[in-house]
Design a protein around this ligand. Sequence first.
Ligand code: KIV
Ligand code: ZN
Length: 524
Amino acid sequence: MTLIPMTPANKSDKDRVVIFDTTLRDGEQCPGATMTFEEKIEVAEMLDDMGVDIIEAGFPIASVGDFEAVAEIARNARNAVIAGLARAIPGDIARAGEAVRHARRGRIHTFVSTSPIHLAHQMRKSEAEVLEIITATVKQARNLVEDVEWSAMDATRTSIDYLCKCVEAAIAAGATTINLPDTVGYAVPDEYRRMFKTIRERVPNADKAIFSVHCHDDLGLAVANSLAGVEGGARQVESTINGIGERAGNAALEEVVMAIKTRGDVMPYWCNVESTMLTRASKMVSAATSFPVQYNKAIVGRNAFAHESGIHQDGMLKNAQTYEIMTPESVGVKQTSLVMGKHSGRHAFQHKLEELGYKLAENQLQDAFVRFKALADRKKDIYDEDIIALVDEEMAASHDRIKLSSLTVIAGTHGPQRATMKLTVNGQTRIEEAEGNGPVDAVFNCIKRLVPHEAKLELYQVHAVTQGTDAQAEVSVRLSQDGRAMTSKAADPDTLVASAKAYLGALNKIVMKHQRDLPAAAAS
Ligand code: KIV
Ligand code: ZN
């Protein structure tokens, strides 16, 4: 047996699987995963570096902020095709065309529902009417860009005869990619494979387009279905980093890529993604969205390469291949060797970050190092988890306008609890104090006095980053306003400081999003 990465030596174009990432669109759509403009730019840059073929950068009609993010990503992309999503509505398509106009290679991705249940209850249109819409909207998109993807929403619950007609019409109107999504995560692998095979056999102009899979994970089958679709002849896979997305999420990009790379013996496909960047991508998206990665998540979970049982550890010591089907290095996990403490210097800190899969800009590195030193002064043993929490927070907070300068809390049995807080808001210092029903309530009331806002607290969660009474507390806060939820995480040995920072992190995201969208509000 050979260990991966194992891309076939005789790569042929017919076996190439194009990787389409929709973290910034379908991924960002899931409640609480909203990213700021700056975070989206950073994630897109990383996806482009990683060799993702197509980046779906957003839904330009949704807001001015979304439009600006897609347009900026389109301007900056070096290699990837940049796609903007559009419903089958002329205004949506025009806006998506405008957003991707500056890309070296831009794509409009337009979709319409095709299943009887969607036609009857959501669209309230007949099959014939939808067919006309497909032709008109794909033609409109094709007049704006060369590269047009058309998606049949809820394809897996659509009759195969009608789906064939829709696909034929979309290709005849100029679609270059046909995506057949399992929108509600209902399909099973063999059924999904057969759908692609049948469509490709029955639609007369099928050879003029690339077929694409797009699977949701409601039954936990998104990756299996995606690979089955490839077996059925699809050559584009739509997926997201860490599998984030609507409801149970989308197929996880890292799982699709590593399945293709690891099982070349049974799946003769290949793709261009640099798998050693997967861990970094996962961390970046987790930090930007504040969505934790489940510990036992395939490929990028912190236990993905951990061997706990005696028998496994014994095997690993004798030969790693006894229990490892891919090397940690192949997905960018370096064997961490340096033990960190208060005597560790900047160079060792930077080295540790590289081992953990992070690459920070110079100013972020400097700020993170200052915070690491402060933490090392307060905490004897600094574990990798402490550094991960610290850096995730640093990456997420680097564009914040509201920053915590100091916090004092009086708590205990003789209430009411009282907090005094100093913030800098756009560079200006503000001080306030407030009481609360408990210290956390006092802290949050203080923030509300300092920065009045309408956002509602939806989630407040605390857990210890490591063991021991001096462990850092990691706090997650989700705030929602105007139907959009923003989550933020922060860690500190003091739970109340971590709470304040997490709340401010989420509030910063809301403020930034609101400011980006202001022109839309003014225009409407
Ligand atoms: O799941 C879905 O059907 C989608 C479409 C917009 C492609 O996300
Ligand atoms: Zn989707």
